[in-house]
Design a protein around this ligand. Structure first.
Ligand SMILES: NC(=O)c1ccc[n+]([C@@H]2O[C@H](COP(=O)([O-])OP(=O)(O)OC[C@H]3O[C@@H](n4cnc5c(N)ncnc54)[C@H](O)[C@@H]3O)[C@@H](O)[C@H]2O)c1
Length: 281
């Protein structure tokens, strides 16, 4: 019989918790949730107590060294560290804080050289496999407009730096327009979807040209007091297709910056990895 794949999770917050419960309940035939790590040890301990597989609470580096697959659900900074360590210990990685892979593109190169698998769930959007497929053709332009309830943007560096207040907002307000790299820098916890789109659109390795000095993937972020969901509208113009996707996500109950779909897409990716039937890409 095949040995069970040993999995570790770094980050036991909104996503890490739901993913741990899913592995424990639904994937236990193929995998074992071996360990958990969080900079807040108490969070990891509380989560472990709710799981029947009783994962160990273990420091990040030792966890990555001990498992076959590590799932990062913590932060962009944590993701960079997790991937670096995974490279040294030959551990495969699922990355949720996707900005890390855009900020430091060398991580993907190093993973390729080492033969490490890096998996990126489609996160809070749909159609990522389609964008990857279109990257093999001719993409002309991608734009992403994200509208969030003001509380989903609270604490973002950019708002603080630019003294943008969202208190008592009555109308929709554009708070940011720019490139994916800028969006990730200023909104690391809010705009993983921009990073996912960027990675999917460059999957083929072809760079598509930016026109009129505009970024190839344009990002616009709006605070809207009239919406209760995190809404992403994606427009893609390519030689082969014109695509418009709108996703209206219910924010996670435990973290309004995170959408419930980001949890489901991570669970789906894991289910697909450990299933003999694979649909989509
Ligand atoms: N890919 C996507 O579509 C998508 C969607 C939503 C969120 N995210 C990202 O996934 C990550 C997790 O999201 P969440 O909603 O679960 O966040 P959360 O704040 O609810 O949980 C994060 C957890 O990670 C822990 N943590 C932070 N830094 C750490 C470190 N260096 N080492 C160990 N633990 C650390 C925190 O203590 C916390 O328990 C965030 O970076 C978020 O931006 C990605």
């Amino acid at each position: 019989m095949k040995a069970k794949t040993k999995i570790g999770i770094v980050g036991c917050g909104a996503i890490g918790r739901e993913v741990a419960l899913f592995i424990d309940k639904q994937l236990s035939g193929n995998v074992i949730l071996w360990g958990l790590s969080d900079k807040d040890v108490e969070k990891a301990e509380l989560l472990s107590e709710t799981l029947s597989c009783s994962p160990k609470i273990i420091p990040v580096d030792s966890l990555i060294k001990s498992v076959d697959l590590v799932i990062e659900t913590a932060s962009v900074e944590a993701a960079k560290h997790v991937i670096e360590k995974a490279l040294s210990y030959n551990t495969d990685v699922v990355v949720l804080s996707v900005g890390a892979l855009v900020e430091d593109a060398s991580l993907l190169e190093k993973a390729k050289e080492k033969g490490i698998n890096i998996y990126v769930p489609s996160g809070a959007i749909c159609g990522v496999d389609g964008v990857g497929a279109l990257s093999l053709g001719e993409i002309r332009k991608i734009s992403l407009t994200t509208s969030k309830p003001p509380k989903g943007l609270v604490g973002a560096h950019y708002l603080v730096e630019h003294k943008i207040s969202l208190d008592n907002l009555k109308e929709e307000k554009i708070v940011f327009k720019g490139s994916v790299k800028e969006a990730i820098k200023y909104f690391p916890q809010n705009i993983n979807v921009a990073a996912i789109l960027f990675l999917a659109s460059s999957f083929s390795g072809k760079k598509f040209a930016s026109k009129n000095g505009k970024p190839a993937v344009e990002v616009c972020i709006k605070a809207d007091p009239h919406v209760e969901r995190n809404i992403h509208r994606i427009d893609i113009d390519t030689e082969e297709s014109k695509v418009t996707i709108t996703i209206e996500n219910v924010p996670s109950k435990t973290n309004p910056k995170t959408s419930a779909l980001a949890v489901l897409s991570t669970q789906y990716l894991l289910k697909k990895l450990f299933s003999s039937f694979k649909i989509g890409s």
